[in-house]
Ligand binder design. Structure first.
Ligand code: SF4
Ligand code: SF4
Length: 400
């Protein structure tokens, strides 16, 4: 079979204008201050805020790219750490591009792809994840039999056996972690309640490949993208819905370069179903909650309003905003595949976000990403905090 290539392959050198023109103005190190009242929350780059050296902020990484391009320096451990503790949250890109028209996020992503190509990526730290992908098609080492356990007794259609209108792509996290079982079940229950004709790929679904692309391993990522694309074709599926926003972003940005697909995130679909009167949230869900914008869904994909529309339709729910909300949102700590290497740093970022949720008086955090749910829940358990975490789908299911 001829190999399909997903997004056009770019080389770091193609972004020479970007990393050469970075003026080290440091605009990208903080939030849009006009939209954030409290200076306590003005910093927004997780790796820079934690490690403090310039190399950990976007302009430092732009300088690393420039020096590597001019062969002024050799990669070393500090460089590895700077490049691979970036959460790829995109906050720097969102600040820089409107003013300077530069793309620090793409420079950092391509720095990682260059690191893999030139063999200076710290792959030892990701060896467990890579081995899991080789052996189980899943970054966490969960086998296909176990990945479908959540669907037991749920009467979900097998899209490879019968034609369905929508293919529900489950994704790595929902299928791998017991703490997310009820959450992905809620997604399926909500779709069923609205009469959506959907099915899954069952045991055949493999990882979206997102974790590999995040570390810069585009070749291995494409193996998984191609395997899923073959399954989509076999199922005759052209309409994909997913609640996994990492899967959403790679399918939307990468897979669609190789196949004609309509890709919809769960919050978008849920908001549309409510608007069309196919879902009527009527049972009160009494809580004061802050909605956390996942980086991949919000900044990366521009989906800010739909989750809020869903939550706004739920009676009894008092929605408060984080100081850093929408484009200003802080990463949950789960971005960039960093937690595979630096779990303590990832936890530090999650704790910072938890502090912010408490600061705005929220009793609960609602989000729309399975990685965010895990990161928050694990940090809360460690802190023995009273904060609660909900997936958007489970809150909506409660209200139906
Ligand atoms: S990346 Fe952009 S915003 Fe950041 S220092 Fe460079 S030019 Fe300024
Ligand atoms: S993507 Fe996020 S973590 Fe990485 S340099 Fe930019 S702001 Fe910092």
């Amino acid at each position: 079979m001829q190999r399909r290539i997903t997004a056009p392959r770019e080389a770091l050198a193609e972004l020479r204008e970007d990393f050469s023109l970075c003026g080290k103005c440091k605009l990208c190190q903080g939030v849009m201050a006009q939209q954030c009242d409290d200076p306590r929350f003005w910093r927004n780059c997780p790796s820079g805020s934690r490690f403090r050296y310039e190399a950990y902020y976007a302009p430092g990484k732009m300088e690393i790219a420039r020096c590597l391009d001019l062969v002024e320096i050799e990669p070393d451990e500090m460089m590895q750490h700077s490049v691979y503790t970036c959460m790829l949250c995109g906050s720097c890109d969102d600040r820089c591009y409107p003013v300077k028209q530069l793309h620090p996020l793409w420079v950092i992503q391509l720095l990682r792809e260059q690191a893999i190509a030139d063999e200076w990526a710290p792959l030892d730290y990701f060896a467990g994840m890579i081995e899991n992908m080789e052996k189980t098609d899943n970054p966490y080492g969960v086998t296909a039999d176990k990945r479908v356990a959540w669907a037991k007794g749920m009467d979900i259609k097998d899209a490879l056996k019968e034609k369905v209108e929508w293919l529900l792509f489950v994704g790595d996290d929902y299928s791998s972690f017991k703490q997310l079982t009820g959450r992905i079940q809620a997604v399926a229950k909500v779709l069923s309640a609205a009469g959506v004709d959907f099915g899954t790929l069952g045991k055949e679904e493999v990882s979206s490949g997102s974790a590999l692309l995040l570390i810069g391993d585009r070749d291995f990522f494409e193996t998984f993208a191609n395997a899923n694309l073959d399954l989509f074709e076999k199922a005759g599926a052209t309409k994909i819905v997913t609640a996994d926003c990492h899967a959403y972003s790679v399918i939307n940005e990468e897979y669609t370069k190789a196949a004609e697909l309509e890709v919809v995130s769960f919050p978008e679909m849920a908001a549309a179903l409510i608007k069309d009167g196919k879902l009527k949230p009527s049972a009160p869900v009494k809580m004061k909650a802050a909605y956390h914008d996942p980086c991949r869904l919000g900044r990366r994909s521009g989906i800010f309003d739909e989750p809020r529309e869903v939550l706004g339709a739920i009676p009894g729910l008092e929605l408060v905003e984080f100081e850093r909300a929408r484009k200003n949102a802080l990463c949950c700590g789960g971005g960039g595949s960093v937690f595979f290497w630096e779990p303590e740093f990832a936890r530090w970022v999650t704790n910072e976000r938890l502090f912010e949720a408490e600061h705005v008086g929220a009793e609960a955090i609602i989000t729309a990403c399975p990685i965010c749910v895990r990161m928050f829940e694990d940090a809360i358990a460690e802190k023995k905090s009273d904060m609660k975490v909900y997936d958007l789908a489970e809150i909506l299911e409660k209200a139906l």
